[in-house]
Ligand binder design. Structure first.
Ligand code: NDP
Length: 292
């Protein structure tokens, strides 16, 4: 078994971005700028946004964190997004999900200028992805693709099973794995909560991407020996012995599954850091596009 170390691979990408940004600045060009919006006081969301902002700073990307109370009216958020869309200093905009119930996720996603949609959730970018054209790819699936590339993992001709069909992880992942080209060319099955005989599908797979949000759902008896396992899940599970009172669990039962795999991502330290690296890559890209 070999580890797909997202921390290491993500750092290599971030170092490369830092060099590119430094080069830009030395040439007198604009510093990339990410505006991140956080609403409310969800601990996990605050942690994720904090990690993204910190990663920006380390890479030389300017970041602005806008933090609002959880009773923020939808129209005020949409107005803020509109002003960021019109702000030529801002290259990328992200709104941390989930949102409070008075704010419609779709309205927010649709409000972001597709050219600044560094999370890749806007229908324009998702449409471009479907057609295999350049656009912003959602950060988590993009990060997984970068991780597979970084480790030179062969995907062509393999049976891939993606568990979870969300617009931000599972569905775009299934599209990317099925596309022609490096890290694609798989035969993909997209599974969800209504899939019958899920374990049988997983057992057939050469590549399993688990993105369902059910801690340790994928067990050793579902895995074909030699398969590649990508664990996207992050769930906070109570653990009083930890200082924080919780621990992070993936969707894969790592200790029993890992010995069977050819490659596997750990949780934490797998897909999470790659999501951040991909977000920075998208932000740099958004800035570079303005030079054209
Ligand atoms: P969603 O809740 O939006 O989607 C979950 C998907 O899993 C749905 O399609 C659902 O099916 C399916 N599902 C749920 N339970 C089962 C089951 N028992 N059997 C089969 N399918 C099931 O989650 P996300 O896609 O947003 O996230 C998935 C996980 O990935 C979460 O743990 C999240 O925290 C994590 N995540 C991690 C990131 C990272 O950077 N590492 C980034 C983003 C997410 P149905 O559609 O039928 O309801």
């Amino acid at each position: 078994m070999q580890l797909l170390d997202g921390k290491k691979a993500g750092q290599a990408i971030r170092d490369e971005i830092r060099l590119q940004v430094a080069q830009r600045l030395a040439e007198g060009k604009k510093q990339p700028h990410l505006a991140a919006i956080l609403i409310g006081h969800n601990g996990a969301s605050a942690t994720y946004v904090g990690a993204k902002v910190k990663a920006c700073e380390e890479a030389g990307i300017h970041s602005t964190l806008l933090h609002y109370e959880s009773d923020l009216p939808e129209h005020e958020l949409l107005e803020k997004i509109e002003s960021l869309n019109n702000d030529t200093e801002v290259d990328g905009i992200l709104v941390q999900l989930p949102l409070p119930k008075q704010i419609r996720e779709t309205a927010v996603i649709h409000a972001i200028d597709p050219k600044k949609d560094v999370d890749g959730f806007h229908p324009v970018n998702q449409g471009l992805l479907m057609q295999g054209q350049p656009g912003f790819i959602p950060a988590t699936p993009y990060g997984i693709i970068l991780l597979l590339k970084q480790y030179g993992v062969e995907t062509a001709g393999k049976e891939a099973v993606v568990i979870g069909r969300s617009n931000i992880v599972g569905r775009p992942m299934s599209v990317l794995l099925s596309q022609p080209g490096e890290t694609g060319n798989c035969t993909v099955t997209l599974c969800h909560s209504k899939t019958k005989n899920l374990a049988e599908h997983i057992r057939r797979a050469d590549i399993v991407v688990a993105a369902l949000g059910q801690p340790e759902f994928v067990k050793a008896d579902m895995i074909k020996p030699g398969s590649i396992v990508i664990d996207v899940g992050i769930t906070r599970v109570e653990n009083p012995s930890k200082k924080s009172g919780f621990e992070l669990k993936g969707d894969v039962d790592f200790s029993s599954v890992a010995p069977l795999c050819s490659w596997i991502t750990p949780v934490p330290g797998g897909v999470g850091p790659m999501t951040i690296a991909a977000l920075l890559q998208n932000t740099l890209q958004a800035c570079l596009q303005k030079d054209l």
